[in-house]
Write a protein that binds this ligand. Sequence first.
Ligand SMILES: Nc1ncnc2c1ncn2[C@@H]1O[C@H](COP(=O)(O)OP(=O)(O)OP(=O)(O)O)[C@@H](O)[C@H]1O
Length: 324
Amino acid sequence: MTYPHLLADIGGTNARFAVETAPGKLEAILILPCANYATLSDAIKSYLATPLAIEAGASQVRKVGIAIANPVHGDLIQMTNHHWSFSIQSVKNEFNFSTLLVINDFKALAMALPFLDQTQKYQVGAGRAQEGGVIGLLGAGTGLGVSGLIPSKSGWVALDSEGGHTSFAPTNAREIAILQFALQTYKHVSSERLMSGAGLQLIYRALADLHKVTADDIDPPEIMRRGLENECPICSEVLTTFCELLGTMASNLAITLGSKGGIYIGGGIVPRLGSYFNQSHFRQRFEQKGRFANYLEQIPTFVITEPYPAFIGISAMLGQISQE
Ligand SMILES: Nc1ncnc2c1ncn2[C@@H]1O[C@H](COP(=O)(O)OP(=O)(O)OP(=O)(O)O)[C@@H](O)[C@H]1O
């Protein structure tokens, strides 16, 4: 018997688990904080022992798909933004799984994009997706994930990309000041250093320094709360800047990939901005590309609102293997 499958989406902060009892039917979805577990195996054990997972048939699971936030090459896995590391073969043996598919989380998310309906995403600004055109994906969370979908004769091919580690490209005086501030700490300032949860804090400290005010010691949720509620002008400027940086990042990805099929924004941060993101300068920035403004105007940009999109991709990939 193939089902139930165990699915996991492991980010730098959250480990999300589900039992797939039939194709696309997810039960017992639980989010465990990665920081509470010494290893991935401990988190899996803890999930499998929950009453919800047991009720969904977790003890019968033999086929497992894990989407994880790091490059996946070979047997040894080392997370980029968390200390977990493991051997795929050892975890497979430890739990007596017959299949353990491990792929990059944004690759899994990219594989989900063709399946998303209108209730699982919304469009920001104008533009129209070209049927079968290349699709770009980026998402800010603990890190900045990037991927893309390329059409091929045998279906979509998802890119193994580490595009979040491209060098940050400032486009105005404020962003140059932020880069200069970040360079005091980092020799290489990647896009991820700014477009992520920790990035909100770095932008906050940089803008406080620029405006010569004392920065409070506050976490990303608090920066977002103060910014959205207009309680703190610096925090509001952080949010404005963050959305603009994502606009430039998204347009760089769009022209790099030639993504006529659109750009999708995932990750945990943008959905938390709610309607603010739609009203921000994200799209204006996306189209602000000199001679390529007209090219970018045609490309639609979408925010993924489905809370567990990576499960859709990993489920499809695991389902494919199970049939082989
Ligand atoms: N309300 C909020 N406002 C702003 N940032 C937040 C908020 N809540 C959580 N975050 C930040 O979002 C990040 C977690 O993002 P996400 O929920 O996408 O987790 P993740 O999947 O573990 O991340 P990743 O896949 O990028 O490793 C953390 O940096 C956290 O500080």
